[in-house]
Design a protein around this ligand. Structure first.
Ligand SMILES: NC(=O)c1ccc[n+]([C@@H]2O[C@H](COP(=O)([O-])OP(=O)(O)OC[C@H]3O[C@@H](n4cnc5c(N)ncnc54)[C@H](OP(=O)(O)O)[C@@H]3O)[C@@H](O)[C@H]2O)c1
Length: 157
């Protein structure tokens, strides 16, 4: 199974601004919770700090060059973590942000992307990737207020 990236992105890959999310879609939060619950979730220190606390019912692993208080585990060496875990049987979810998606993208087999049909001002973007290398499945489409979105699953061919 190895690594799965999970993110909600705008039309240009917009992820965040000023340390916060840009788009707020209740159904997306629910999809994120259902998909990641019971698994390890790996995040950068800035994403960790954007949450009020630990994500419950998940092992919270935070990547930082310093020690992070409150996390289940802090990882200082991404490459070592990748080498030690990329052939694991479990599905480990990489939950952002931009720096961490970039580091794990070449090692991920699955990308769960909530593709939101909107653009916005942003300072953090999902890395560009070669879509021809993946099979794309639309899990579900929806609309929340004025935001049209689709839950897409990209599986490495
Ligand atoms: N739309 C979405 O689905 C989604 C999901 C997640 C996050 N976001 C948004 O993305 C933004 C945050 O993303 P970001 O790219 O700014 O930050 P980030 O990836 O969350 O965290 C960056 C931090 O990770 C640590 N780090 C990165 N590379 C490392 C390495 N090679 N070795 C050790 N530590 C390393 C560093 O922590 P230290 O500085 O502590 O060393 C670095 O400052 C926020 O706006 C957030 O809301 C959006």
């Amino acid at each position: 199974m190895s690594f799965s990236l999970i993110a909600a992105i705008g039309k240009n890959g917009e992820l965040g601004k000023n340390g916060e999310l840009i788009f707020h879609i209740k159904e997306d939060m629910q999809f994120f919770r259902e998909t990641t619950t019971g698994h390890k979730v790996v995040m950068g220190r800035k994403t960790w700090e954007s949450f009020p606390g630990k994500l419950k019912d998940r092992e919270n692993i935070v990547i930082s060059r310093s020690e992070v208080k409150g996390a289940d585990k802090t990882i200082h060496d991404i490459d070592k973590f990748i080498t030690e875990n990329e052939n694991t049987d479990e599905e480990i979810f990489i939950i952002g942000g931009g720096q961490i998606y970039e580091a794990f993208l070449p090692h991920a087999k699955t990308l769960y992307l909530t593709e939101i049909d909107a653009t916005s001002d942003a300072d953090t973007y999902f890395p560009t990737f070669d879509k021809s290398k993946y099979d794309k499945e639309i899990i579900k489409k929806g609309q929340s207020h004025d935001l049209i979105y689709a839950f897409a699953k990209y599986s490495l061919k």
